[in-house]
Design a protein around this ligand. Sequence first.
Ligand code: SF4
Length: 250
Amino acid sequence: MNNHKRLYIGLLFASLTVIALGFLGVYNLIRFQDYPLFRGITIGLASIFLLGFILVAIGTTAIVATIIRAKNIPSFEGLIRIATTFLFPIAVRLGGLFGITRERIWASFIEVNNYLVRTHRNLAIKGRVVILAPHCLQESHCPVKITTDINNCRRCGKCDICGLLELADQYGVTLRVATGGTLARKIIGETRPRGVIAIACERDLSSGIQDSNPLPVMGVLNRRPHGPCHDTRVDLNRVEEALVTMLRGG
Ligand code: SF4
């Protein structure tokens, strides 16, 4: 497991530890109350909490087991989703307390997610994969409107939309450009893909990957040589790698 993945995994286990310690602290404060009814409620709530905690802990362990085995464990996919949904926001906050930037944690989460997606076999088939690109990839002075119809692009080569279109043609997949999360969700609803290659910044990819669950999404970070959301670029080799993974599995 490389350092990028270790950061997110470490924060997941740190979050579990903090939750467990918090629970023990609160439980010890209230368990000595004398009222039988109060004690009954406390034990009931503690049991529900413990059950949830055990499920999240199993999901977290399953993430590590999947990475180590380099093979998905289908029966644990639901628990992995629960662990991610529940622990991700806590891990980001906890990382902040240790001075770790959100961008680093988001990037680590995306790397873990991509690895988990890669462990699936026969993920998607030609024609059922969508490449979702952000609007900021389009050259800012380009006059054509590509959000409504990507074929309006004249393939002049001034931005990476041209290269993405060539990849989409080569691999028989759909390329769409989204101006935000709402349009991205609409595109997914219309095209009903079996897999998505999403290009965006750390924050948008992290939230998009979680919003799209259980649809497999491989995230490719964009490059921002001119600052955020302006004339961004993408490494086409990384998009192609993600496409090959998604179409062939592994
Ligand atoms: S490649 Fe397409 S989208 Fe990019 S600047 Fe040229 S015409 Fe516009």
